[in-house]
Ligand binder design. Structure first.
Ligand code: ATP
Length: 229
């Protein structure tokens, strides 16, 4: 389980996270939801220690984040291009050399799943194929937790559907996923838990199936209540 306990993050004097606490379990897809600038990416960066926090705690499987944690967690950034000068094949070789948790079999399956051509240079890929390549390079690591920042950002409906489909396959397996997205429609039916952020705090955290069954509400219904008052 990934656990944030009362995390406070400031950029200069601006307090972006004002005591954020939530958990994300293995085997579940947890979706961070909130308007632009609320701090979703900051949370993912803080989990990866890419940005320091002022107070609070972040635990992975009950332990503080250390270098070893990164054999358990991978971060798939938004559509920015990783390793632009390489072909997809060269990027996979690079990952293979760099990470002992690289799983070539799963990489080959993902290549096929996303219909990518491994001879293509990454800098020449469309935005949708760049996002798919980023997902391939992240999901082919044998780690327990996957953090994804806006995997659907700026890409067409068909690519979004294909990316959403990967969540329903064995390629995700029983890993824990934390995802940020504004495209809730694409994955509403796939997420297990929603964490709604507002003004630097968790406004609401709920199990999507429970709220569907008990209150007959979708994630979007709850978002409307929260953000539109
Ligand atoms: N490196 C930085 N230096 C200063 N301020 C920053 C930095 N990174 C983010 N911020 C600010 O922190 C706030 C939260 O940013 P963050 O990117 O985490 O939001 P977000 O919820 O992911 O937004 P979006 O939905 O637009 O991606 C914003 O006001 C942003 O301007």
């Amino acid at each position: 389980m990934i656990e944030l306990k009362d995390v406070v993050k400031k950029y200069g004097r601006k307090e972006v996270l004002k005591g954020v606490s939530f958990t994300a379990s293995k085997g579940e897809i947890t979706c961070l939801i909130g308007v632009n600038g609320v701090g979703k990416t900051t949370i993912l960066n803080a989990i990866m220690k890419l940005t320091p926090i002022q107070s609070g705690e972040i635990l992975v499987d009950d332990e503080k984040v250390t270098k070893e944690t990164f054999e358990k967690v991978t971060f798939i950034p938004d559509a920015t291009t990783m390793l632009p000068n390489l072909t997809i094949e060269e990027a996979m070789d690079f990952m293979n050399d760099f990470y002992k948790v690289w799983n070539q079999k799963r990489a080959d399956e993902l290549l096929k799943f996303f219909n990518l051509n491994q001879k293509d240079k990454i800098s020449s890929l469309s935005k949708g194929n760049t996002a798919k390549t980023n997902l391939l390079l992240g999901l082919a690591l044998d780690v327990d937790y996957v953090l994804m920042d806006e995997p659907f950002s700026g890409i067409d409906i068909f690519s979004r559907e294909q990316i959403a489909e990967v969540f329903t396959t064995h390629l995700i397996e029983d890993r824990g996923v934390i995802i940020t997205t504004h495209e809730i429609n694409d994955i509403e039916h796939l997420i297990d838990k929603a964490v709604l952020l507002d003004e630097g705090k968790i406004y609401k955290e709920f199990n999507t199936e429970e709220i569907r069954e008990n209150e007959g509400k979708s994630v979007i219904d709850v978002m409307r209540e929260v953000y539109r008052g």
